[in-house]
Design a protein. Sequence first.
Length: 123
Amino acid sequence: MASAIQQGRDGSPQFQDALPLAVTRINSHGVLPDRLMIVAGGGMERFGMRDMFRMVSAELNRKLVIFGANPALDKAIVGGALSDQQFPRVWVFFVGEPAQEQEMQAIVEAAGSKYSFISKYQE
């Protein structure tokens, strides 16, 4: 669960549970391990991502933020996780490279999920 941070009257940070989101990051482990995972269709990571989708789908809020690592690895893991799956109640916010916006959108929407893209270069 993510928390919204606001500044209190005394200048200290005040946390509020205003943004109930599930957040996950796709981690890069270097060129060779990433390539092996890509060849393996996302490897074991795709099952962890699929479990994350199942968990979020069962929650009340159903919003998932995914921070991508690199385009090919992101496609392998998310694509592998959502292959032949349907998660119509999940809204995915994907943070990644601008060039992968449409491809990730197609993968997520094929699983029946809503999709929003956030460029990791956006200020």
